[in-house]
Design a protein around this ligand. Structure first.
Ligand code: C2E
Ligand code: MG
Ligand code: MG
Ligand code: MG
Length: 288
């Protein structure tokens, strides 16, 4: 009887696995079509200067409007896109679309803001990556000082490969940001040897900054270190005024999170930029 149960459990397990694999295959087939059928869209989340409430930049975040499943999260399809190599095509589309949008805002007369773009490991490792970025800059005529690439610690794990590539990007005038800082195999030597401009403190530390003394200490330490190294430091995932207040006390430069705005469509960013120019809506200002 036990044996029978075991067998049943095993069958149940494989049925689950089959379902998972079938889902993955449907996603992969869908993702190939998504690129052709214009189902991909960029949302933008403002990055706010803590002391003034001004919008300093926006982070481009991809969304997939699946005809049947609705909006699919990048957390679900970016890993699949990496696995299948589709990320090359998708990633290039992201850079091109974001740069064209930034140029569009410039033409419309908004004060310039940084455009931050997430780059995946496989994209970065393409030998043609630097050329692709250069070509997009030339075609869209975006000012490279307002272009920032967000890289994760996994990307830069191979410093022998990464450092020359990063230096080439820097020579083009592009800004470089280390995303999700503190979650990867962080090595402080990265900070010394990589030509970085910005550190982004991972949301996992920010979400409990007011509850956990340890997280508060980590956040404070990252901010101090970034300030000493002359790096711009951005806190991700700020949802409450209390979190913003402690970031301000710690001397954090910028924040992004639902407290100011969720990632929104380009048209909604324009409204925020407009208000920012009229100095009407500055983000939640906290007094220390
Ligand atoms: P990430 O680059 O660390 O982006 C930050 C994520 O935190 C975004 O999730 C954003 O919507 C979310 N977030 C921002 N503020 C808050 C907040 O206050 N509370 C909470 N709970 N979440 C907040 P999203 O858009 O789902 O993206 C997830 C990840 O997918 C990104 O993490 C990034 O690694 C990846 N990704 C997104 N777009 C792209 C892309 O165009 N290319 C590549 N390669 N990866 C992308
Ligand atoms: Mg990011
Ligand atoms: Mg991040
Ligand atoms: Mg993160």
């Amino acid at each position: 009887r036990a044996k029978e149960n075991g067998k049943n459990n095993f069958q149940f397990f494989t049925a689950d696995m089959n379902e998972l694999m079938a889902k993955k295959m449907r996603l992969e087939i869908g993702l190939r079509k998504a690129v052709i059928n214009n189902e991909l869209e960029l949302y933008y989340q403002p990055q706010i200067q803590v002391n003034t409430g001004h919008i300093m930049g926006v982070e481009a975040l991809i969304r997939w409007n699946h005809p049947k499943m609705g909006i699919v999260s990048p957390a679900e399809f970016i890993p699949l896109a990496e696995e299948t190599g589709l990320i090359i095509q998708i990633g290039t589309w992201v850079i091109e679309t974001a740069c064209r949008q930034a140029k569009e805002w410039e033409i419309q007369g908004y004060a310039p803001v940084r455009m931050s773009i997430n780059i995946s490991a496989r994209q970065f490792q393409q030998t043609s990556f630097v050329d692709t970025v250069m070509e997009i800059i030339e075609n869209t005529k975006i000012d490279p000082q307002y272009l920032e690439l967000e890289l994760t610690e996994t990307i830069v794990q191979d410093p022998v490969y990464a450092i020359p590539v990063l230096n080439q990007l820097k020579e083009m005038g592009i800004k470089l940001s280390l995303d999700d800082f503190g979650t990867g195999y962080s090595s402080l030597s990265y900070l010394k040897s990589f030509p970085l401009d910005t550190l982004k403190i991972d949301r996992s530390f920010i979400s409990t900054v007011n509850e956990s003394g340890k997280d508060a200490a980590i956040v404070k330490t990252i901010i101090n270190m970034a300030n000493s190294l002359d790096l711009n430091v951005i806190a991700e995932g700020v949802e409450t005024n209390e979190q913003l207040l402690s970031l301000k006390q710690d001397g954090c430069d910028e924040y992004q999170g639902y407290l100011f705005s969720k990632p929104v469509k380009a048209i909604a960013v324009q409204e925020l930029l407009q208000k920012c120019m009229e100095e009407k809506s500055l983000g939640p200002i906290v007094e220390v």
